[in-house]
Write a protein that binds this ligand. Structure first.
Ligand SMILES: Nc1ncnc2c1ncn2[C@@H]1O[C@H](COP(=O)(O)OP(=O)(O)OP(=O)(O)O)[C@@H](O)[C@H]1O
Length: 254
């Protein structure tokens, strides 16, 4: 399997605070890797270093053999990113949002336009091409947010908590689309707080806490590997939930 993403010893410091501490993993084409961790564990910061929106303090990120620190623009040509906020341009229609994103990648306008039509059909928004984004429901906006970064046919799709706030139907539609993209050969890296989402999407899981990897392995066997009943229990165990809940209890009774 071709390695699309390789992360080695990735570290991020904000002043003296270490938000990400020596994280390493790799991701092959046609695979999905999920990063799981408590609030503030360093998941978003890890993603931001990978897609070159925050400087790397130490370590290396290679995307399709391109060093992200040395050639960020070139590396970004092959990435599609879905961030936590949807950041749609509300002054543009649905189709115009797609086209505006596509022309960032130096693709001829005609090609961008036809790809935009195809992608909007793929996410079930073909009938809304001329709608204002403000007229879409939350789930429809999220589907547009998923479609938009696919305009440059990325080999690596990065999603930061992609389904937060979506209804159950929309989440399932979203998962189905992502699994189709994976079958078509995309490598997918995501963060999520939902164990059912990890089960529906991920081949491999990396659990992080306080900026460090505390457990990693195949989604189907990680729990067994850690002696836990299921992935949720494995996660709670790996992030020392019992000690934390005791601390929370003590604070409440002070
Ligand atoms: N620009 C910044 N300056 C200083 N500290 C920051 C900055 N951005 C993030 N941090 C800190 O780095 C740590 C990791 O933050 P990050 O957003 O990566 O966590 P996360 O795992 O994505 O959390 P969540 O699940 O809440 O989204 C946190 O303690 C956060 O306060």
């Amino acid at each position: 399997m071709t390695t699309v993403l390789s992360v080695e010893n990735l570290t991020k410091q904000y002043g003296t605070f270490t938000a990400v501490n020596g994280v390493s993993f790799s991701l092959a084409a046609g695979r999905t890797l999920a990063i799981l961790g408590p609030n503030g564990a360093g998941k978003s910061t890890t993603l931001k270093m990978i897609y070159a929106t925050t400087p790397i303090t130490r370590g290396t990120v290679m995307i399709n053999g391109i060093n992200v620190q040395q050639q960020p623009r070139l590396a970004k040509q092959t990435i599609g990113v879905v961030m936590q906020d949807d950041l749609l341009d509300t002054t543009l229609t649905v189709l115009e949002n797609m086209i505006a994103h596509g022309i960032l990648f130096d693709t001829p306008l005609q090609a961008v336009r036809s790809r935009a039509h195809a992608l909007l059909t793929f996410v079930g928004l073909a009938n809304y091409e001329n709608a204002d984004t403000t007229d879409l429901s939350g789930g429809m906006r999220r589907r547009l947010v998923l479609a938009r970064p696919l305009i440059n046919d990325p080999q690596l799709i990065i999603l930061d908590e992609p389904t937060t706030g979506l209804d159950i139907q929309s989440r399932h539609v979203f998962w189905r689309k992502l699994n189709i993209l994976k079958q078509q050969g995309a490598a997918i890296l995501l963060t999520s707080h939902y164990v059912d989402e990890i089960a529906a999407l991920a081949d491999d899981v990396v659990i992080v806490d306080h900026g460090c990897i505390v457990a990693a392995g195949p989604a189907g066997t990680l729990a067994q590997q850690l002696g836990a009943a299921n992935l949720e229990q494995a996660y709670l165990q790996a992030t020392h939930f019992d000690e934390r809940s005791d601390q929370i209890e003590q604070t409440r009774h002070q």
